[in-house]
Design a protein around this ligand. Sequence first.
Ligand code: ADP
Ligand code: MG
Length: 245
Amino acid sequence: MLRVEAVKKSFDGFLAVNEADLLVEKGEIIAVIGPNGAGKTTLFNLITGQLKPDTGRIIFKDEDIAGVPPYEICKKGISRSFQIVNIFNRLTVFENVQVAMLSHQKKTFNLFSPAKGQVIRETKEILDNVGLSDKASKISGSLSHGDQKVLEMAIALGNRPELLILDEPTAGLSPEETSVTIDMINRLTTDLGLTILFCEHDMELVFSIAHKIMVMQQGKSIIQAPPDQVRDNREVQEAYLGGSA
Ligand code: ADP
Ligand code: MG
């Protein structure tokens, strides 16, 4: 579904992403790990069009999308959440998802529009999927941090993506909220057939749900393999997990 090939991105001569490779196949859950500053968020920004690579290719469903603007990439089927929560605080939970869905379908909200019923149904369905139905009428700014992270995922789902990219989906969440998020990520792939690419600091989470893990260090991808192979890889142990770890 997605193939990143030898992508480079520098900021004022500093190589934040340095020949990174990544392969994501349909239906997979792929995790990107690596220390702070390794280039994970920058890589996601390159894939979703927030940044344009200096060199390299980003192939999504047989098309090179490197440098294509974010809204175009979103229309092609890639949607994302951000490391820092990004929602409309003063809208309700329901409205946040509905706005995403309407903007994706390029409709403005019109009481008499025949599409209105469908948008409402699909918005409800997404809130069901992520477990936010009982909070649909709450003002988003009043939600807990955990619920806001989940809402952000729901907003991303409103764009009807095939590939969902999550930047640290459990950052700042309690253990209970984290386990809810894990269940949800698993359900989104098994029930909705979504493909998920995420980066995450919680290694227990990464090793329990990722089908494959890509390890980044100083902008480079040093390995992409199933969890067992990543755990046993000497280069990973030395570079990232700290030798004997
Ligand atoms: P990660 O998400 O793995 O923690 P980032 O992709 O956020 O890493 O950052 C990689 C490196 O690139 C860091 O050293 C960071 O300071 C730098 N960087 C990221 N974005 C910018 C930017 N817009 N301008 C300058 N430097 C940046
Ligand atoms: Mg980051």
